[in-house]
Design a protein around this ligand. Sequence first.
Ligand SMILES: Nc1ncnc2c1ncn2[C@@H]1O[C@H](COP(=O)(O)OP(=O)(O)O)[C@@H](O)[C@H]1O
Ligand SMILES: [Mg+2]
Ligand SMILES: [Zn+2]
Length: 676
Amino acid sequence: MSEKSINIFQDFLKSFKSGYDEYKYRVRLSQLSSLSRKSLVVDFGDLLAFNEEWAEKLIEFPEEYLNYANTAATKQLKIEDPEYADEVGEIKVRIRKLTHTVNLRDIKSDKIGRLAMVEGVVVRVSVVKPLLLVGNFRCRDCNYTMEVPRRPQKCRRCGRKLTMELDINRSKFIDFQEIRIQERPEDLPPGQLPRSIDVVLREDLTDVARPGDRVCVVGIVKSVQEPFQRFRRRAKAGVFDLYIEGNYVDTLEKEIELAITPEEEKKIEELAKDPMLLVKLKRSIAPSIYSYGVLDAVKEAILYALFGGVPKVTPDGMHIRGDIHILIIGDPGTAKSQVLQYASQIAPRGLYTTGRGVSAAGLTAAVIKQPDGMALEAGALVLADKGVCCIDEIDKMRNEDRVAIHPAMEQQTVTISKGGIVATLNARTTIIAAGNPALGRYDPTKIVADNINLPVTILSRFDLIFILQDEPHRELDREMSEHILSLHMKGSPPIEPALSPMFLRKYITCAKRMKPRLTEEAKSIIREFYLKMRMASTPARESPIGIIARHLESLVRIAEARARACLRSEVIKEDAEAAINLWRRAYDKVIGTAEGVFDVDIIMTGKSKTFRDDVGKAVDVLRELEKKEGGLVQVALLRKRLQEEGMDAVRINRVIDYLFRYNLAFKPKDGYIKKL
Ligand SMILES: Nc1ncnc2c1ncn2[C@@H]1O[C@H](COP(=O)(O)OP(=O)(O)O)[C@@H](O)[C@H]1O
Ligand SMILES: [Mg+2]
Ligand SMILES: [Zn+2]
């Protein structure tokens, strides 16, 4: 029987022809040596077409049939490339593309022993370790040697105990790795926790997958109770006691590919021409949340974030993200969580999490200690690579994440170096985050940085920051209660969502293919606004150019996203204007336009109200001195007076620096100051 089975498979390798009269597997075998591969990849469909019965047997008795396949492939390699066959010894057959995928939650005991294909996101990978395949053990006392997979308790010849020693050079090791894959966020039934399963990988399958990768795994479903489990951990609560012995791992493209029918394509094009397009799109985001004022701007911002700007690489190779990061700081009960949940459901690759994260890896990544070594685990931002990560209560994130989130937001990678593991993982993720005010309620007399428990360095990486205050407002309250009551009566929002989430996802998928370019007109509008922001600052050396430049990039991204939303290949005047408008709606509240200056520096660098008071005081003192001195005032004199007012040297320096930087004063000549 086995001889026959081997022959059938060898026949398949020998005679299977694909399209152009090419012997597909003979060619592949002859290429192995130049690729220095030790395995032959076989498409299941080919096998099925060649011999259905054999293919089905392979699914049912994979252990046995893979052995036949390996033997046959090794035999055929001896014919195709005898030299290489001598060099590598046995080669392995790896099967890919089974006829269907089994859902991770459907891997149950009835699948044990069978070959199955699952898809998921890699959440954890262990370090690659050598696994002893054949150990060469020698007796210390009588020199007797044995070749066995495990250290024998006693010498088989002299019978002494604990005398057998491993001769590493004469033993055979293979690479061994364990990974854990989890259901993809988009496959999750709403409100369910993702399921996961461990996959054991050996030899050339190790180091193929990285945390955050989307993979398709073909392998044999096994139970931990099976005999060959030396390297298996005991099953833990919440983790399957089933695992997969990997046979083939395919890493999948992360680009979203939703099947869009020609009719849908037509509908999408029609919608793009609709003059009410943007209104309809906005209305489809969190339709049951009554939006007014800032909340309305929040919805618009989320809409743009879902489309995103165009990522770019500068001539010197620097990567500029296209993702638009949004932060909502709001009083409790202002629908932040609700809005975030909606956003994660509409986004083509959305993930909802909290600042604390749902796993040990938190938002970024972690090295965790397992009984048999270290493993690298991916956090939310890595799992949502190329998607949208909605982070609720971001102010409660772990300390490790506070550090690691910086590069994740800008360079869009997460780097971890701990416990012998050094890795950089992709996190090309749009962040939509919400946080509660540090003092329970937002205090408008304080600057943003003092209102939320997040460092300024993180705040400044958000493209847009919105403040939602729970202000009593009679007219609004009436409308809102009307809205909420009718919602409860009819069980549906009074405004029908214009578009279904599924259709919206497809629309976004389509739009994301666009790479709109700035027109001259749009460019000049943004440039003008930028100059207005810069107007107040002195030469670039001293001015917070980094911060303002960042906001310039934000404006471009938002304008690009709006163009994408309209399926346009150009960013036009209206996009630029809308971007500036939205930016203002976000930051008017944040900055307060007291000085009439877009004082981004102030919020971002965390200068507090005392600083603003100091500036006011300095201006007053300067005015007073100018009267007294008849115009020209020495900087030293101003310092002295401010000191008398109770400011220390650091504060005085900062204030004077500020006066010059924001053109509140200038230097008529060296050592003097004059108010503008
Ligand atoms: N503008 C609004 N329209 C409709 N419902 C609202 C609105 N604001 C708050 N709510 C309701 O108030 C409740 C609290 O919202 P939630 O998202 O948990 O607030 P937060 O996360 O800001 O504390 C939810 O049931 C939400 O639907
Ligand atoms: Mg909440
Ligand atoms: Zn012995």
